[in-house]
Design a protein around this ligand. Structure first.
Ligand code: PRP
Length: 216
């Protein structure tokens, strides 16, 4: 039987997930010493049949690989899930990679005052549109690829919707949170067909992940 294949978002979520695998008693030495390799075995020394295969990918690609079933599971931030959507099961909140989406604007400005048309810049236009839709506000959303904090500083937008973790990027650029939009953390997603076809293996793996989560 081929091993369960799990797509991991490269970077911080990768590190936290590998630490979780370590707590589960898995051998993650090949991921830690991966060089330029992108598909790596994570073995279970006590139970070789429970070994898995890790695929390192960018966040949006984790969803693509899981949706298409070339990876059974994925670990990806709620930010990417909320922006991309897609057909998969979201089964577990891993509790790490915690931050939030927030609406932020230059200090002293009153974003909600008056009836003028408002413009908001974001790397996450779908999240932004859904947020203002829930508020019944008609806001122009401008998609920005890089440091979105620049948009209000340059006069392109009244505010931004972006990820806030420590808040220091906002602070150092004279912006402040007006309202939180959505809490974010790493989630486990599962391909819909794999969930049926490999139910017991997937449930065992997810059960073990859940058991070894760090409760903060
Ligand atoms: C995110 C976000 C902010 C920053 C917030 O960018 O877009 O710029 O982190 O973090 P803070 O509240 O701790 O200052 P990231 O560093 O992920 O880079 P990106 O622009 O490539 O998304």
């Amino acid at each position: 039987m081929k091993p369960i294949r799990i797509a991991l978002t490269k970077g911080r979520l990768e590190k936290d997930t590998v630490a979780l695998f370590d707590r589960m008693g898995m051998d993650t030495s090949q991921v830690k010493d991966k060089g330029r390799r992108l598909i790596l075995p994570v073995t279970d020394p006590r139970e070789p049949s429970r070994s898995i295969e890790v695929v390192l990918a960018k966040a949006a690609d984790v969803i693509t690989y899981v949706e298409h079933g070339v990876c059974d599971l994925g670990v990806v931030g709620k930010d990417t899930i909320a922006e991309s959507g897609g057909s998969f099961y979201e089964v577990l909140d891993l509790g790490f990679g915690r931050c939030r989406f927030a609406l932020a604007a230059p200090g002293g400005s009153d974003f909600f005052a008056g009836y003028h048309a408002r413009t908001v810049a974001s790397k996450y236009p779908n999240v932004s549109r859904a947020y203002f839709g829930r508020k019944g506000m008609d806001v122009e959303i401008i998609k920005i690829e890089g440091s979105v904090e620049l948009a209000p500083l340059l006069g392109l937008s009244d505010a931004i919707v972006d990820i806030v973790e420590t808040g220091s990027t906002l602070k150092e650029n004279g912006l402040q949170v007006i309202e939180d939009v959505l809490p974010i953390s790493a989630r486990v997603i599962v391909n819909m067909a794999c969930m049926k076809l490999r139910k017991s293996e997937i449930e065992t793996l997810i059960g073990s992940m859940e058991q070894h989560l760090c409760v903060k």
